[in-house]
Design a protein around this ligand. Structure first.
Ligand SMILES: [Zn+2]
Length: 304
Protein backbone atom coordinates (compact mmCIF):
# COMPACT_ATOMS: atom_id res chain seq x y z
CA UNK A 1 0.00 0.00 0.00
CA UNK A 2 1.35 3.41 -0.89
CA UNK A 3 1.89 5.92 1.86
CA UNK A 4 -0.90 8.09 0.49
CA UNK A 5 -3.36 5.18 0.36
CA UNK A 6 -2.44 4.34 3.95
CA UNK A 7 -3.07 7.90 5.05
CA UNK A 8 -6.39 8.00 3.23
CA UNK A 9 -7.42 4.77 4.89
CA UNK A 10 -6.49 6.13 8.32
CA UNK A 11 -8.46 9.27 7.57
CA UNK A 12 -11.50 7.20 6.59
CA UNK A 13 -11.26 5.19 9.82
CA UNK A 14 -11.02 8.40 11.84
CA UNK A 15 -14.07 9.84 10.08
CA UNK A 16 -16.03 6.65 10.75
CA UNK A 17 -15.03 6.74 14.41
CA UNK A 18 -16.10 10.37 14.67
CA UNK A 19 -19.47 9.73 13.08
CA UNK A 20 -19.94 6.69 15.33
CA UNK A 21 -19.20 8.88 18.35
CA UNK A 22 -21.66 11.46 17.05
CA UNK A 23 -24.31 8.83 16.50
CA UNK A 24 -23.67 7.48 19.99
CA UNK A 25 -24.36 10.84 21.57
CA UNK A 26 -27.43 11.34 19.43
CA UNK A 27 -29.33 8.23 20.49
CA UNK A 28 -31.59 10.18 22.82
CA UNK A 29 -35.36 9.68 22.94
CA UNK A 30 -37.45 12.83 22.93
CA UNK A 31 -41.13 13.62 22.90
CA UNK A 32 -42.05 15.38 19.62
CA UNK A 33 -44.64 17.33 21.61
CA UNK A 34 -42.24 18.57 24.29
CA UNK A 35 -39.68 19.36 21.61
CA UNK A 36 -41.97 22.06 20.30
CA UNK A 37 -41.73 23.99 23.56
CA UNK A 38 -38.72 26.17 22.80
CA UNK A 39 -38.17 27.30 26.40
CA UNK A 40 -37.32 23.85 27.72
CA UNK A 41 -34.87 21.01 27.11
CA UNK A 42 -35.56 17.35 27.81
CA UNK A 43 -34.49 13.84 26.92
CA UNK A 44 -34.37 10.16 27.82
CA UNK A 45 -30.92 8.65 27.50
CA UNK A 46 -30.21 5.19 26.11
CA UNK A 47 -27.34 2.77 26.56
CA UNK A 48 -25.44 4.68 23.89
CA UNK A 49 -25.03 7.59 26.29
CA UNK A 50 -23.21 5.30 28.72
CA UNK A 51 -24.00 4.63 32.37
CA UNK A 52 -25.30 7.77 34.07
CA UNK A 53 -25.77 6.45 37.61
CA UNK A 54 -23.12 5.79 40.23
CA UNK A 55 -23.43 2.02 40.46
CA UNK A 56 -20.68 -0.21 41.90
CA UNK A 57 -19.30 -1.49 38.59
CA UNK A 58 -18.85 1.95 36.99
CA UNK A 59 -16.14 4.47 37.78
CA UNK A 60 -17.06 7.86 39.20
CA UNK A 61 -15.02 9.66 36.52
CA UNK A 62 -16.63 7.63 33.71
CA UNK A 63 -20.14 8.40 34.91
CA UNK A 64 -19.31 12.09 35.35
CA UNK A 65 -17.94 12.24 31.82
CA UNK A 66 -21.02 10.46 30.41
CA UNK A 67 -23.25 12.91 32.26
CA UNK A 68 -21.36 15.90 30.85
CA UNK A 69 -21.63 14.53 27.29
CA UNK A 70 -25.32 13.78 27.69
CA UNK A 71 -26.19 17.21 29.10
CA UNK A 72 -24.18 18.88 26.34
CA UNK A 73 -26.04 16.86 23.71
CA UNK A 74 -29.33 18.01 25.22
CA UNK A 75 -28.22 21.63 25.28
CA UNK A 76 -28.76 21.48 29.03
CA UNK A 77 -26.86 23.53 31.61
CA UNK A 78 -24.34 21.80 33.86
CA UNK A 79 -26.46 22.39 36.98
CA UNK A 80 -27.70 18.83 37.26
CA UNK A 81 -29.94 17.95 40.20
CA UNK A 82 -30.46 14.26 40.96
CA UNK A 83 -31.87 12.39 43.93
CA UNK A 84 -31.10 9.51 46.20
CA UNK A 85 -34.07 7.55 44.87
CA UNK A 86 -36.01 5.50 47.41
CA UNK A 87 -39.19 4.32 45.57
CA UNK A 88 -41.29 6.84 47.49
CA UNK A 89 -43.76 9.63 46.68
CA UNK A 90 -41.42 12.30 48.09
CA UNK A 91 -41.08 15.28 45.74
CA UNK A 92 -38.79 18.29 46.18
CA UNK A 93 -39.26 21.85 44.96
CA UNK A 94 -35.84 22.92 43.67
CA UNK A 95 -34.70 26.54 43.43
CA UNK A 96 -30.93 25.91 43.41
CA UNK A 97 -28.76 22.78 43.29
CA UNK A 98 -28.63 21.22 46.78
CA UNK A 99 -25.18 20.53 48.25
CA UNK A 100 -26.02 16.86 48.84
CA UNK A 101 -28.49 14.74 46.83
CA UNK A 102 -31.88 14.79 48.56
CA UNK A 103 -33.79 11.57 49.20
CA UNK A 104 -36.94 11.21 47.14
CA UNK A 105 -38.39 10.40 43.72
CA UNK A 106 -39.58 13.65 42.22
CA UNK A 107 -38.19 17.09 41.44
CA UNK A 108 -40.03 20.20 40.28
CA UNK A 109 -38.85 23.72 39.47
CA UNK A 110 -39.70 26.95 37.70
CA UNK A 111 -36.14 28.26 37.91
CA UNK A 112 -34.29 28.40 34.55
CA UNK A 113 -30.83 26.85 34.26
CA UNK A 114 -31.40 23.70 36.32
CA UNK A 115 -31.37 20.21 34.81
CA UNK A 116 -33.61 17.86 36.81
CA UNK A 117 -32.66 14.20 36.43
CA UNK A 118 -34.10 10.82 37.38
CA UNK A 119 -32.21 7.55 36.96
CA UNK A 120 -33.88 4.38 35.74
CA UNK A 121 -33.20 0.90 34.38
CA UNK A 122 -36.77 -0.54 33.90
CA UNK A 123 -38.80 1.87 36.07
CA UNK A 124 -40.63 4.59 34.15
CA UNK A 125 -39.42 8.18 34.16
CA UNK A 126 -42.24 10.72 33.86
CA UNK A 127 -41.72 14.32 32.72
CA UNK A 128 -44.26 17.13 33.14
CA UNK A 129 -44.12 20.61 31.65
CA UNK A 130 -46.55 23.45 32.35
CA UNK A 131 -46.52 25.56 29.20
CA UNK A 132 -48.45 28.45 30.72
CA UNK A 133 -46.34 29.02 33.82
CA UNK A 134 -43.09 27.55 32.50
CA UNK A 135 -42.54 24.98 35.19
CA UNK A 136 -41.24 21.42 34.90
CA UNK A 137 -41.04 18.20 36.88
CA UNK A 138 -39.45 14.76 36.67
CA UNK A 139 -40.66 11.68 38.55
CA UNK A 140 -39.46 8.13 39.17
CA UNK A 141 -42.33 5.68 38.74
CA UNK A 142 -41.61 2.10 39.65
CA UNK A 143 -44.59 0.09 40.86
CA UNK A 144 -44.26 1.47 44.39
CA UNK A 145 -44.13 5.07 43.23
CA UNK A 146 -47.02 4.45 40.84
CA UNK A 147 -49.20 2.95 43.58
CA UNK A 148 -48.25 5.95 45.74
CA UNK A 149 -49.45 8.17 42.82
CA UNK A 150 -46.17 9.99 42.33
CA UNK A 151 -47.21 11.50 38.96
CA UNK A 152 -50.51 12.67 40.39
CA UNK A 153 -48.82 14.16 43.46
CA UNK A 154 -46.22 15.75 41.21
CA UNK A 155 -48.86 17.62 39.26
CA UNK A 156 -50.62 18.50 42.52
CA UNK A 157 -47.44 20.07 43.85
CA UNK A 158 -46.84 21.91 40.56
CA UNK A 159 -50.35 23.30 40.85
CA UNK A 160 -49.81 24.42 44.44
CA UNK A 161 -46.34 25.88 43.84
CA UNK A 162 -46.66 27.32 40.35
CA UNK A 163 -50.38 27.37 39.58
CA UNK A 164 -50.12 24.60 36.97
CA UNK A 165 -53.46 23.62 35.39
CA UNK A 166 -53.82 20.16 33.80
CA UNK A 167 -55.02 21.69 30.52
CA UNK A 168 -51.67 23.48 30.13
CA UNK A 169 -49.54 20.47 30.98
CA UNK A 170 -47.55 18.27 28.60
CA UNK A 171 -46.28 14.88 29.73
CA UNK A 172 -43.72 12.36 28.52
CA UNK A 173 -43.20 8.83 29.79
CA UNK A 174 -39.81 7.41 28.87
CA UNK A 175 -38.73 3.87 28.07
CA UNK A 176 -39.23 1.27 30.79
CA UNK A 177 -40.16 -2.35 31.23
CA UNK A 178 -43.35 -3.07 29.30
CA UNK A 179 -46.07 -5.57 30.07
CA UNK A 180 -44.42 -8.22 27.85
CA UNK A 181 -41.61 -8.58 30.40
CA UNK A 182 -42.94 -7.21 33.67
CA UNK A 183 -44.02 -10.15 35.76
CA UNK A 184 -45.20 -9.26 39.25
CA UNK A 185 -46.61 -11.07 42.26
CA UNK A 186 -50.20 -11.15 43.55
CA UNK A 187 -49.28 -8.67 46.30
CA UNK A 188 -48.58 -6.00 43.66
CA UNK A 189 -51.97 -6.59 42.08
CA UNK A 190 -53.76 -6.29 45.42
CA UNK A 191 -51.98 -2.98 46.12
CA UNK A 192 -53.13 -1.61 42.74
CA UNK A 193 -56.64 -2.96 43.33
CA UNK A 194 -56.85 -1.01 46.57
CA UNK A 195 -55.87 2.24 44.81
CA UNK A 196 -57.33 2.33 41.31
CA UNK A 197 -60.79 1.51 39.99
CA UNK A 198 -59.20 0.51 36.66
CA UNK A 199 -56.55 -1.74 38.26
CA UNK A 200 -58.00 -4.88 36.69
CA UNK A 201 -57.23 -3.54 33.22
CA UNK A 202 -53.56 -3.05 34.04
CA UNK A 203 -52.82 -6.73 34.58
CA UNK A 204 -52.72 -9.58 32.11
CA UNK A 205 -52.43 -13.25 32.83
CA UNK A 206 -49.79 -14.76 30.61
CA UNK A 207 -49.30 -18.46 30.19
CA UNK A 208 -45.80 -19.54 30.98
CA UNK A 209 -44.43 -20.64 27.66
CA UNK A 210 -42.37 -23.77 27.70
CA UNK A 211 -41.10 -24.59 24.19
CA UNK A 212 -40.68 -28.30 24.93
CA UNK A 213 -44.17 -28.51 26.39
CA UNK A 214 -45.65 -26.65 23.43
CA UNK A 215 -43.93 -28.87 20.90
CA UNK A 216 -44.71 -32.15 22.64
CA UNK A 217 -47.95 -31.60 24.59
CA UNK A 218 -48.68 -35.32 24.70
CA UNK A 219 -45.56 -35.95 26.76
CA UNK A 220 -46.94 -33.73 29.49
CA UNK A 221 -50.56 -34.92 29.36
CA UNK A 222 -50.19 -37.49 32.11
CA UNK A 223 -48.14 -35.23 34.33
CA UNK A 224 -51.07 -32.98 34.99
CA UNK A 225 -52.37 -33.18 38.53
CA UNK A 226 -56.15 -33.73 38.62
CA UNK A 227 -58.04 -30.45 38.55
CA UNK A 228 -55.06 -28.36 37.49
CA UNK A 229 -54.28 -26.67 34.23
CA UNK A 230 -51.19 -27.78 32.44
CA UNK A 231 -49.77 -24.32 32.05
CA UNK A 232 -48.45 -22.04 34.71
CA UNK A 233 -50.09 -18.61 34.60
CA UNK A 234 -48.07 -15.50 35.32
CA UNK A 235 -49.22 -12.00 36.16
CA UNK A 236 -47.90 -9.15 34.02
CA UNK A 237 -48.35 -5.46 34.87
CA UNK A 238 -48.62 -2.62 32.37
CA UNK A 239 -46.85 -0.02 34.48
CA UNK A 240 -46.62 2.49 31.66
CA UNK A 241 -50.37 2.44 31.13
CA UNK A 242 -50.85 2.80 34.88
CA UNK A 243 -48.95 6.08 34.72
CA UNK A 244 -50.65 7.20 31.53
CA UNK A 245 -54.05 6.63 33.13
CA UNK A 246 -52.98 8.53 36.21
CA UNK A 247 -52.11 11.54 34.02
CA UNK A 248 -55.33 11.21 32.01
CA UNK A 249 -57.44 11.03 35.16
CA UNK A 250 -55.97 14.37 36.23
CA UNK A 251 -57.25 16.01 33.09
CA UNK A 252 -54.11 16.04 30.93
CA UNK A 253 -55.15 15.62 27.29
CA UNK A 254 -54.13 12.32 25.74
CA UNK A 255 -52.70 14.13 22.69
CA UNK A 256 -50.30 15.83 25.12
CA UNK A 257 -49.00 12.61 26.64
CA UNK A 258 -46.03 11.04 24.88
CA UNK A 259 -45.22 7.47 25.85
CA UNK A 260 -42.21 5.64 24.44
CA UNK A 261 -43.28 2.22 23.19
CA UNK A 262 -39.88 0.63 23.74
CA UNK A 263 -39.36 -2.12 26.31
CA UNK A 264 -36.06 -1.87 28.19
CA UNK A 265 -36.06 -5.57 29.02
CA UNK A 266 -36.72 -6.69 25.41
CA UNK A 267 -33.98 -4.50 24.04
CA UNK A 268 -30.82 -4.60 26.13
CA UNK A 269 -28.78 -3.54 23.11
CA UNK A 270 -30.38 -0.13 23.37
CA UNK A 271 -31.33 0.14 27.05
CA UNK A 272 -30.13 -0.77 30.50
CA UNK A 273 -32.52 -3.27 32.09
CA UNK A 274 -32.30 -4.22 35.74
CA UNK A 275 -34.41 -7.33 35.18
CA UNK A 276 -32.96 -8.58 31.93
CA UNK A 277 -29.42 -8.09 33.22
CA UNK A 278 -30.15 -9.51 36.68
CA UNK A 279 -29.31 -6.35 38.59
CA UNK A 280 -25.88 -5.74 37.13
CA UNK A 281 -26.54 -2.89 34.75
CA UNK A 282 -26.09 0.83 34.30
CA UNK A 283 -28.61 3.62 34.69
CA UNK A 284 -30.29 5.82 32.09
CA UNK A 285 -31.28 9.37 32.88
CA UNK A 286 -34.44 11.31 32.09
CA UNK A 287 -33.80 15.04 32.15
CA UNK A 288 -35.97 18.13 31.92
CA UNK A 289 -35.34 21.78 32.64
CA UNK A 290 -35.95 25.36 31.61
CA UNK A 291 -33.35 26.97 29.35
CA UNK A 292 -31.44 29.90 30.83
CA UNK A 293 -32.97 31.95 28.06
CA UNK A 294 -36.38 30.43 28.75
CA UNK A 295 -37.33 32.62 31.68
CA UNK A 296 -40.82 33.93 31.31
CA UNK A 297 -40.93 37.65 30.57
CA UNK A 298 -42.98 39.52 33.13
CA UNK A 299 -45.13 41.22 30.47
CA UNK A 300 -46.07 37.82 29.02
CA UNK A 301 -46.89 36.56 32.50
CA UNK A 302 -49.14 39.50 33.26
CA UNK A 303 -50.99 38.95 29.98
CA UNK A 304 -51.64 35.38 31.18
ZN1 LIG B 1 -40.46 -6.67 26.94
Amino acid sequence: MSQLAGQLQLKAVATLARSAARKRTLDIIQSPVLKKLSWLFHGFSTRANGGLGFVPHETREGVQQNRRQYLTALGAPANLVTLRQIHSDVIHVITSPPAEPLAGDGLITNVPGLALGILTADCFPVLLADSRNRAVGVFHAGWRGTVARIAEKGLGLMRREFGARPEDVYAAIGPGIQQCCYEVGEEVKSKFNSQFAYAGELFREIKDSNPVREKYPLLFMNMRAPGHGDLCVKLHLDLQDANRRQLLSLGIKSSRIFASSECTSCNVQRFFSHRAEKGKTGRMMAVIGIKESGARKSDEASRG
